[in-house]
Design a protein around this ligand. Sequence first.
Ligand code: HEC
Length: 161
Amino acid sequence: MKRLLKWTVIVLVCGFVLLQFSRTARTNPTVDESRAIEARLNVTPEVKAIFARSCDDCHSNRTRWPWYSYVAPVSWTVTDHVRHGRRHMNFSDWARLNDREAAYLLGDICKTTKQGIMPLDSYTLMHCDAILTPQDVGTLCLWSASEQQRLAAAQGTQSLK
Ligand code: HEC
């Protein structure tokens, strides 16, 4: 029985060590400021601070990779969240969106934070400071609504030309 336990532990430890050789992509592509959200929208300092605290790690190329993102198998989940997060919305590459897509995402920023879907629970578990207060959500929703209006107004003047 004792031998079995010993071998089980040895196999588990070796397996864990081998896992560490798996490849995970912790990339931070270079940021071209002219393509970032700040260059396209009026991002107020309050909104910028909320993004930096609660969203940038998954929705920008400025990810602060935590120590556990270097430890498999947790690293797989973390890199997967960042990859998916960036694909859905990347503040460092806002320029890739047309006005309609940008307006949609602005609405979604309000919706997902109001519903408590964003930031992800698995993230706030490790980053308590990223939890949004009702005021934060209010700030985001007011801001996104006003930016949506501004985009719509700009489109309106363009089509008049
Ligand atoms: C731990 C990583 C993580 C954090 C932090 C995070 N998100 Fe996300 N976010 C994701 C992932 C992953 C998806 C894609 C969800 C899916 O595939 O269903 C997503 C999707 C979204 C979407 C949907 C985009 C679309 O295509 O419609 C919005 C909007 C969003 N996040 C906003 C935010 C905001 C705002 C914050 C900060 C308050 C935030 N997220 C923080 C990982 C994150």
